[in-house]
Design a protein around this ligand. Sequence first.
Ligand code: TRH
Length: 359
Amino acid sequence: MRWNIFCQIIDNYGDAGVCWRLARSLTSLHSQEVRIFCDDLPTLNLLASGTDPEILRRIDLQPWEASYCNSRHPVQTPDVVIEAFGCELPERYVAGLLIAPKKPIMINLEYLSAEPWIVDFHQKASPQAHGIPKYFFFPGFQPETGGILIDPIPNLANIDPANIPASLSASWELMRSNAKRISVFCYPGAPLLRWLQDLGTLGEDIDVILTYGQLEQLQLSTGHRTQALKLPDSIQLISIPFVSQDEYDWTLSQCDFNIVRGEDSFIRAQLAGKPFIWHIYPQEDRAHEVKLAGFLDLYLEEASSELKHAVIAAMTWAMPNEWFQSMDSWSTHSKAWHADLLNKQADGGLATRLMRFVA
Ligand code: TRH
């Protein structure tokens, strides 16, 4: 079938990251034809840049306005229209659909949430004045939701630490063989400098991989750009460039602990099978705290009360000295969660459930 995905980028990379990952799944795993209309092509192109040219070839990236300037090239009528994260479709595009011989199905693809209430809205009709059928589709962890966008599933057994991606080889040279590794991808609001200083008092050598833009974020947080970041010798900061989604997955799998954020890296950290802090996208009305609690209810369902306290402390930015002693039991727990997640998504997760629903 022919899919049109509309991607409106609010900020950061996740809107583009999720749309790109979905397009990859639909084309490479489900042989669909996908066109993405995006209002910030440079960000989407950044996400797409490292992708296998074979996959890149099969996904048509278009600027937002190309969806209704059919004077130049008539937009072929799609079978499915995805409004990613509830974005508004261009009116002239919808008008074009109304005069098409065959009406598409519209899907409002929501943000991922672990909250129980999404089950009641998932796959529900969302009647529109224009009469084209439209449905809610809620990604989620529970069985009766849209599932998780899990592709490509990193096969942890054969992720070879020796075949370092070219874009990371210079950074990987700096790693100390005996040091623990932590990757960092969080929002400016995190108390990261204090967190790293506290980490440095644990008496362990730790190499901290700062993903694209994180070092600048850290320097800004000190307020004095020129002041060198005062950290204990046990902490080594290693900055890496923006790498492809698959190379980022590789980085997550090579670390002992990952700090992730938003929606997509949040899932990738779980698929890496390692302990992680989820720095959830902060919202004014503190709705993010409800979202985090919803996830931790699921994530910690089987955990001991000691591990529960340690993980909740870590996820709410308590200093490492308060919870680092639980790292071993957290590592075991994260492997069990990884297996459980893949088991629950054994049907292929979000992309497969979308295909089934549309069919
Ligand atoms: O960038 P994010 O903070 O995006 C967020 C979320 O999408 C959130 O839901 C949304 O409300 C907010 O934006 C506006 O975090 P996220 O979701 O992890 O997306 C990052 C994407 O970038 C993800 O696909 C991983 C990818 N990535 C790379 O491909 N290479 C890299 O080097 C890094 C650091 C990330």
